[in-house]
Design a binder for this molecule. Sequence first.
Ligand code: NAD
Length: 283
Amino acid sequence: MDDLLGKGAVVTGGGGGIGLATGRILAREGMSVVLADVNEDRLASAVDTCLADGLDIRGKVTDVSDLDSTRALAQFAYDELGGVHVLHLNAGIGAMASLTNDDITGWEQAVGVNYFGVVWGIKAFVPRMLEMGDAGVVIATSSGAGIEGTAFEQPAYASTKAAVLTVMESLHGQLAGTALRAAVLCPPLTATNLAGDPAYMPIVEDMLRAKGVPAALTQPEQVAELVIDGIRNDRFFIRVDESRSKELFDGIVTPEFLQWNERMIRGRAEAQLTDGAPDGYLW
Ligand SMILES: NC(=O)c1ccc[n+]([C@@H]2O[C@H](COP(=O)([O-])OP(=O)(O)OC[C@H]3O[C@@H](n4cnc5c(N)ncnc54)[C@H](O)[C@@H]3O)[C@@H](O)[C@H]2O)c1
């Protein structure tokens, strides 16, 4: 999809991090953008900085885990923009939740935001996008922690992110023959608020490295460039490879990480084909 000028875009989780950077780059490409976020203050200050930069962006407070709230977002977007051509279902939470203690809140939040946030987004927007008949793309943000290998110490995060891939594969199949397509964003480790503050992400990077994951910390603006590259090249999997690392990430995503990542992906497939255990792709 090449022609973004004058078209409409909606990005959830747009109050900061990857969502805000993506909203900004889409607006710089000439799109009219709605940023949606549950955090009213963060959203307001994000929109203010965008408007100060002359970008065509507005905000809508939305809880993506709530279908009515998401339907209200869709109504707002169609009223404000006239049409939606890029829908980025990106809102997500780190979701620390245990498999063995009695607490179920963390699980409910993880499923609500990371999983239903995508499903409700599809329900609220896709019928209208199909009815309009224009070319468009629905992108959901997943994570390598769920779709490539498994971050087994974060089962709520990893399993909801794995489910996002399956939902988007299903959507891809169901959109065949229409002007719409589906895509999945798999960001590398990125300095955002996901762990509470971007300043904590180098600590997360160190923790991952200590566990043998050769993680490399990237910036949200670089991930936003990856999203644009994915939209322009009609990719289903929007992820970093060697050439995109060089071109879009200044090589920050190292060959060491890419090789590790490939081992995870192949390890999962090989374990299934050889009756193997998951040990080779848990991280
Ligand atoms: N940062 C990383 O390293 C990384 C890696 C892989 C995947 N991701 C994914 O990228 C996406 C964006 O996260 P980020 O890293 O920019 O983190 P972030 O915390 O900076 O941004 C997420 C945004 O989602 C919003 N949000 C949370 N719950 C919401 C809800 N119920 N409704 C609407 N908005 C809600 C938050 O307020 C926040 O502004 C997430 O889905 C995350 O899982 C991030």
